[in-house]
Design a protein around this ligand. Structure first.
Ligand code: S3P
Length: 179
């Protein structure tokens, strides 16, 4: 199984507020991997925030920046890649990540997501008159894509540390399987 894959990285996918950055930093520390966040790279290259990019260039332009970056990431090794919540919705993005990374989805219920993001303001997709409905609707559309991950970890019932431990454990299992 997966004999054509060379799992030298870990990609974290999942909805906004699923804990990708906090978990990703811990996993990187434990494995002594680099940590990279696709939103951070896009923002620093553009010299603008995600909100500004959405406002001036529009969401399709942002999605194009994400896809271009995903292609570049195929050259990385020993990196924990934390991805923007909408990135796996393009099948080619997920397919590309899977060639070099163990893809782990951090899953969270709409209620937990709301609890975690309600006081944050940096996500343009949640600048909505009914953000809770927006979360439910977007999550329903994205669920089939998130569930194509190699590993699914439910974050509702685990601390950041426990989730990170789970990701490290899965990576060790999967990468040694393929040695
Ligand atoms: C988005 C999630 C954000 C960011 C952008 C769009 C999405 O990243 O990429 O605001 O479509 O779900 P996080 O998942 O890191 O918040």
């Amino acid at each position: 199984m997966h004999s054509d894959r060379h799992l030298v990285n870990i990609a974290l996918i999942g909805f906004m507020g699923a804990g990708k950055s906090s978990v990703g930093h811990l996993v990187a520390e434990q494995l002594r991997f680099d940590y990279l966040d696709t939103d951070d790279v896009i923002q620093s290259r553009a010299g603008r925030t995600i909100t500004e990019i959405f406002a001036t260039d529009g969401e399709p332009a942002f999605r194009k920046m994400e896809s271009d970056l995903v292609k570049e990431l195929a050259g990385r090794t020993r990196t924990v890649i934390s991805t923007g919540g909408g990135l796996p919705v393009k099948p080619e993005n997920l397919a590309c990540l899977k060639t070099h990374a163990l893809v782990v989805c951090l899953w969270a219920s709409p209620e937990k997501i709301w609890e975690r993001v309600r006081h944050q303001t940096h996500r343009p997709l949640l600048h909505d008159s009914d953000p809770q409905k927006k979360i439910r609707d977007l999550l329903a559309v994205r669920e089939p894509f998130y569930k194509q991950a190699d590993v699914l970890v439910n974050t509702d019932i685990r601390s950041v540390r426990e989730v990170a431990q789970q990701v490290v454990h899965q990576y060790r299992l999967e990468s040694s399987d393929r040695r």
